[in-house]
Design a protein around this ligand. Sequence first.
Ligand SMILES: [Mg+2]
Length: 152
Amino acid sequence: MKMICFDMDGTIADLYGVPDWLEKLHNEDASPYQEAKPMWDMERLNTVLHKLIRRGYEIRVISWLAKDSSEDYKQAVRQAKLDWLKRYHFPYTVAHLVAYGTTKANCVRKMANAAVLIDDSEAVRNGWHLGEVINPVECDIIERLEALARGE
Ligand SMILES: [Mg+2]
């Protein structure tokens, strides 16, 4: 199974661009996750993702919940993230919305023998050993995914 795994915050959702996002998270306010603007032209991104799906790729989301949060807040953040993905018609099969700090490879290790990770965190990318890693801060992920769809 070929797979592409997407981080959300700082990769496709501009959480860090929401005013006072950190303070709001500390106050267990989930609104920044709802209000985060998409970081890419979602129509173009979705088009290339559908192309990859037709080429046999599975698209998943692996995203951490907020640091040190209550069970209620974890649930609110989980819902906000699912709402965000739905609002932008992001074509994924499974969203692994996991505790802050979880080793992302552990979420899909059993299902994927080759998996690409797109994630803005260098530490997370360094902990990924299932395949290529893409830094969305340094490249145009749509261009990179187009190349992948062409088999490059
Ligand atoms: Mg991130």
